[in-house]
Write a protein that binds this ligand. Sequence first.
Ligand code: HPA
Length: 270
Amino acid sequence: MLEQIKQTAEYIRKSVDRLPDTGIILGTGLGELVDHIDIVKEIEYTEIPNFPISTVEGHSGKLIFGDLGGKYVMAMQGRFHYYEGYDMKQVTFPVRVMKELGVERLFVSNAAGGMNKEFKVGDIMIITDHINLFPENPLRGKNYNELGTRFPAMTEAYSHRLIKMADEIAAEKGIRVMHGVYVGTPGPTFETPAEYEYFRIIGGDAVGMSTVPEVIVANHASMEVFGVSVITDLGGKDVTDVPTHEEVQKAALQAQPYMTEIIKELVNRI
Ligand code: HPA
């Protein structure tokens, strides 16, 4: 794995003039952020050695380098989901490569179903913590001490400092933001009413099919993480709405300008 990370990083290093210290995974809700980036260089995933290829509808796959409101960043347009069939090492490989390139801070977004009864569709939830319900941990197997410690702490998987800054930005801009615990599941099914209820009882506020693997690896690599979910549907034992992929995309589009605003400001204030 070390060889592959180095080889991939080397390829990218040769393709760009400058390397960023900030990485962004443009999940659902942040796609539009690309329009705010002054793009210097784009690299298709298909061109990058060892990179998996994104397959899911609504996600194209490329790495983008450029200026976001004055801050030089790299962004992943399209991520790799466990439900697509990738293993945990493949899902998190780009985060390893980012770290190898010098990225110290990772911003991630996703779409999630809300279990918290205060939540409304279209809400933005700043992720304060997560519960890993994927069948596997991306760190399972041989530990490479060069990449991180065998038993990494997860006490502050989402940087308190960045959460506080995001709260300040949201307050200044009058954007409603919720806080909550993200439950990461393998998917691809949405939850049964009993499952939404169960996730709420164990301490979850929202549930989705991504983010947790990448965040675990970013923490292993001592990166500072900020995560945000857009609440695209609501679930629970008394909720009868049936979430669809289209509905999720639509709700995400509504929240998008606000998510974009917060992230753009945040990367520039650090
Ligand atoms: N469950 C899981 N993943 C999701 C959901 C959901 O309700 N909404 C958007 N992604």
